[in-house]
Write a protein that binds this ligand. Structure first.
Ligand SMILES: *Cc1c(COP(=O)(O)O)cnc(C)c1O
Length: 423
């Protein structure tokens, strides 16, 4: 980025340092990934210069000859890849996509139902601190405390009792397959519009590795930057009957001009996601998650629900004598990046929870396989033991973490990540 280096060495320096960090550390945050160079080039393109309020053929500014073509291409690719009747590619991200669904299909004060944040749901599914919980009446469901899994009987009973206008399914920390067909049936029987938020698993759905919600529910929302490996953005997929209301909610209801550079990068990512190579990638994400789960379980780590069917794991650390917060900080010092996370029914508060959340989309993008998952579990076990060892002072601990970080760096140097500049 020579122009940036000249114009603003301070920002260029921060980006270079972040590039080095993304190269030298193992990234296990399940919502993160490495976008391809092609996606990054489209994101950084001159399309950022153009205003395009409205939709193809009905814009409020002239000069849309190329932008209309671009947006129609992105929409056509999304419809084809996911088999959707209608697609809107303009939402700025996943949260605004959900916000548009509320605006289109519910009125303030209406009852809406979603998975609780502390059970694995997303903020936008009715959490009290979010506009979705403040402007609507949220009814929240969780997982069965004994199994760590969704209990569809309980969810259906709640829906019958509260008759929500909208029923959200989809999660941000749920390691198992979600039965979208069952959610669709619950919605039909209780009169709710069912919204599947596939933000985390869109790449798995595109590749056929997780069952698609599209045939079973009314509306599907997603981000484009998680397992789908595109730019930061959002999409809404829906049945034709909801198309007009949802389009109007995105623009002019909620947003102004679409980010055309992002639209271009979404189109590129959708093309990439339609390839056989991407299907192989998505299968490897799930294989790696399963291998990591088995390797961790073999070292005495306790996994919520006993394992995983998708790209993520929730690890309950109470048996290891460390909290999720301590473990996440210790792992970062050792070159392994994850996030601390509540586990279902966690006795601890959200800022100091008992678990961590791990995901395999990013490491799979850089080519990690079963052997690396085994290696990773070994490092995690070592880090937990270092953190829990009361005989070590702060300095001794730091030195022990640094030793792991060096080994991690050695592994990472053998697996260059897509999109990054050389370091
Ligand atoms: C990440 C996520 C979102 C929000 O996406 P942002 O792009 O961060 O706004 C919404 N829903 C779910 C389930 C998510 O995991």
């Amino acid at each position: 980025m020579p122009a940036l280096h000249d114009a603003d060495p301070e920002v260029a320096g921060i980006i270079a340092a972040e590039n080095a960090r993304q190269h030298a550390k193992i990234r296990l945050i399940p919502s993160e990934n490495y976008a391809s160079r092609a996606v990054l080039e489209a994101t950084g393109s001159i399309l950022t210069n153009k205003y395009s309020e409205g939709y193809a053929g009905q814009r409020y500014y002239e000069g849309q000859q190329e932008i209309d073509r671009l947006e129609e291409l992105a929409v056509a690719r999304a419809r084809e890849l996911f088999g959707a009747e209608h697609v809107n590619v303009q939402p700025y991200s996943g949260s605004p996509a959900n916000q548009a669904v509320y605006l289109a299909l519910a009125d303030p004060g209406d009852t809406v139902m979603g998975m609780a944040l502390d059970q694995g749901g997303h903020l936008t599914h009715g959490a009290a601190v979010s506009v979705s919980g403040r402007h609507y009446k949220p009814v929240q469901y969780g997982v069965d405390p004994a199994t760590g899994r969704l209990d569809y009987e309980v969810i259906e009973d709640l829906a019958r009792q509260y008759r929500p206008k909208l029923l959200f399914c989809g999660a941000t920390a749920y390691p198992r397959v979600i039965d979208f067909e069952r959610f669709g049936a619950i919605g039909r029987r209780t009169g709710a519009v069912v919204v599947a938020d596939m933000a985390h698993i869109a790449g798995l759905v595109a590749a056929g590795v997780h069952p698609s919600p599209v045939p079973h529910v009314d509306v599907v929302t997603t981000t484009t930057h998680k397992s789908l490996r595109g730019p930061r953005g959002g999409m809404i997929l829906c049945r034709r009957e909801y198309a007009e209301a949802l389009d109007k909610a995105v623009f002019p209801g909620l947003q102004g001009g679409p980010h055309n550079n992002t639209t271009a990068a979404i189109a590129v990512a959708l093309k990439e996601a339609g390839t056989g190579e991407f299907r192989t990638y998505a299968r490897a994400i799930v294989d790696n998650a399963r291998a990591l789960a088995e390797a961790l379980a073999g070292r005495g780590f306790d996994l919520v629900s006993g394992g995983t069917d998708n790209h993520l794991l929730l690890v309950d650390l109470r048996g290891k004598g460390v909290t999720g917060y301590q473990m996440a900080k210790a792992l970062d010092a050792a070159g392994i990046v994850c996030n601390y996370n509540l586990i279902p029914g966690d006795p601890k508060p959200a800022r100091r929870p008992s678990g961590i959340r791990l995901g395999t989309p990013a490491v799979t993008s850089r080519g990690f396989g079963g052997a690396e998952m085994e290696q990773l579990a070994g490092w995690m076990d070592r880090v937990a033991a270092i953190r829990a060892d009361e005989g070590l002072d702060r300095k001794a601990r730091s030195a022990a973490y640094r030793k792991v970080a060096n080994e991690v760096r050695g592994l990472c140097s053998r697996f260059p990540a897509p999109g990054l500049a050389e370091v």
